[in-house]
Write a protein that binds this ligand. Structure first.
Ligand SMILES: Nc1ncnc2c1ncn2[C@@H]1O[C@H](COP(=O)(O)OP(=O)(O)OP(=O)(O)O)[C@@H](O)[C@H]1O
Length: 293
């Protein structure tokens, strides 16, 4: 069964674009990354999938259940961490956590206690006394304590220090190895690269790529650094052209022979050809949707 299946899922806020014609399939058991720049539509996708906001058109199922008609069953099997966790003030952490468990009709005391310990969270404090990062931990415990089949995590690591981020991902990997599907929305490419097997990239409300992280990281483009005076006019398939102190640097996706022919007639002092790093590859998706100029 698929954990998530969306077809033509679209959400407009009045006339404003949220997401448009999103087709997305995540199989059960996957550790799936969802990447995109600010305003791309990640939170809109998640909130629409969970039925927290009403879709404009299209359809989607979560764990085989329809997002509109089976909302209650879906929420009982999903752990959701919103990008901004908001709690009733005046409540103690332990009461927030128990309230969240009660909503699901489950006794989660053992799991909640273990998670609080792993995240070093003092459950006797009032939520408004907590720092941003510690409030995030409360949201994480609420999202995970009932051992959901599917975890949907919207930018979960914001505010967590590096030690806590490490602990958080080790909890997620343990859950995933027991069969839990993880859907992780993030801006942080390294956390997607380290943890996810597949990922989708969303830009301006549309899905522009969906593949294994390994395939997304591969490109035929090379990073070229040239020292000297070069006339680039005869070259195409160039992206991210930057002037350096002593020459130029750019991503080149064309025929390497052509590049060498063009450079042969010019006065250059040095040339290096390197693999672009992952950050550069994703920036290419972010900035121009993957089209070469
Ligand atoms: N309540 C709303 N009313 C109107 N427009 C909205 C609303 N919520 C989101 N949008 C718009 O929908 C688009 C997608 O926003 P969304 O919050 O889903 O992006 P995101 O990828 O989660 O961004 P970020 O990484 O900044 O959290 C944006 O253009 C945003 O301005």
């Amino acid at each position: 069964m698929n954990a998530i299946e969306a077809k033509g899922l679209t959400k407009f806020y009045g006339k404003a674009r949220g997401i448009v014609d999103l087709d997305l399939t995540v199989s059960e058991g996957e550790f799936f990354g969802f990447i995109g720049p600010n305003g791309a539509g990640k939170s809109t996708t998640i909130r629409t999938l969970l039925g927290l906001i009403k879709k404009s058109r299209g359809s989607a199922q979560i764990l085989g259940k329809d997002i509109e008609t089976d909302r209650k069953e879906i929420l009982s099997q999903v752990g959701y961490l919103p990008s901004e966790a908001v709690f009733y003030s005046g409540m103690r952490v332990k009461d927030v956590i128990r309230f969240s468990a009660d909503l699901r009709g489950k006794d989660c005391r053992k799991e909640a206690g273990e998670l609080c310990e792993r995240f070093d969270l003092d459950s006797s404090k009032k939520v408004e006394e907590l720092s941003f990062g510690n409030r995030k931990k409360v949201g994480i415990v609420c999202a995970l304590q009932h051992d959901p089949r599917l975890c949907i995590l919207d930018e979960p690591t914001g505010g967590l220090d590096p030690l806590m981020q490490r602990e958080f991902f080790s909890v997620l990997r343990e859950r995933n190895s027991r069969g839990t599907t993880i859907f992780l929305s993030s801006h942080i490419l390294s956390e997607i690269q380290r943890n996810c097997t597949r990922a989708a990239i969303i830009r301006e409300g549309k899905l522009i790529a969906c593949d294994s992280v390994e395939a997304l990281s591969k490109t035929s483009a090379k990073r070229i650094h040239i020292q000297g005076e070069v006339d680039m006019k005869a070259l195409s398939h160039i992206r991210d052209l930057q002037k350096t102190d002593d020459g130029v640097s750019f991503l080149y996706g064309g025929d390497i022979n052509l590049l060498l022919q063009v450079l042969a007639g010019q006065h250059i002092r040095d040339l290096s050809v390197a693999e672009p790093d992952l950050e550069e590859i994703f920036m290419h998706y972010y900035l121009d949707g993957g089209e070469e100029k």
